[in-house]
Design a protein. Structure first.
Length: 245
């Protein structure tokens, strides 16, 4: 199961143990954020990653509530789609939910802490600086944010975005080349590492490293299945490589 560390208490918490398999996820955007800033995007991305792990790996049903400006989210809808961020199920002005408390809360470090009941586990997004240029592949922006541990400061400068774009190009080219080879199952050791990274406090950087560090002895068909399997979680549009050549 997914285990996260409550960033307020340092206590490890298992998410998704309720018999109904419904996980309520609350996302608190920075207050007075009426244009969906980079900080808000990072919060939404962390919540999106949690949702994908819970649904894709564990078969949970996730209901996401965003506490923030519905107008700002609507105005940013196209940008969020480009970043492959799944839209929330509802937008509210406060954390109160008549259907019950959320099982997990995601917000920005130093923001809105007083609104969150003490018993709820919280994932905090560290500060973020810089912004993506209009001509930057949105998935490179997503990768650059995922490549920084969630509580650490992140910088979206030209160097980071260029490195992310090159990494994506390499993976997509590998997908295109491997697709020409017979399919093969994901090796057990690789699958173990993938699931461990996902379930160990949403270790996105470890998950991405698993793709970089696959042993050269892994057959091309297995590398393809691994890349596509991980892409269900990190949502970097790696299948775009299937039309690359």
């Amino acid at each position: 199961m997914l285990t996260v560390v409550d960033d307020r208490t340092g206590v490890a918490v298992t998410v998704g143990e309720r018999p109904s398999r419904l996980v309520r996820l609350a996302v608190l955007l920075p207050p007075d954020d009426h244009e969906i800033s980079g900080q808000a995007l990072r919060v939404l991305l962390i919540a999106d990653l949690a949702r994908r792990v819970l649904e894709g790996l564990h078969g949970s049903q996730v209901r996401t509530t965003v506490v923030g400006s519905a107008v700002a989210l609507e105005q940013a809808a196209e940008r969020l789609r480009a970043l492959w961020i799944v839209p929330p199920d509802e937008v509210r002005s406060g954390l109160d939910d008549p259907a019950g408390h959320p099982e997990l809360v995601v917000t920005a470090a130093g923001e809105r802490g007083g609104e969150i009941p003490g018993e709820l586990p919280v994932l905090l997004a560290g500060p973020i600086t810089g912004h993506d240029a209009d001509d930057t592949d949105p998935t490179a922006v997503r990768l650059a944010m995922l490549n920084v541990p969630r509580t650490e400061p992140a910088t979206l400068d030209g160097e980071q975005l260029t490195a992310a774009a090159r990494r994506l190009d390499r993976w997509r080219a590998e997908v295109a080349a491997a697709a020409r080879q017979p399919s093969a199952p994901i090796p057990a050791a690789v699958m173990t590492r993938i699931r461990a990274a996902c379930d160990d406090d949403l270790d996105a950087t470890g998950l991405l490293q698993a793709l970089d560090e696959m042993d050269d002895e892994v057959p091309a068909g297995a590398r393809l299945e691994t890349l596509l399997y991980v892409d269900r979680i990190v949502a970097l549009d790696l299948a775009r490589g299937l039309t690359a050549g």
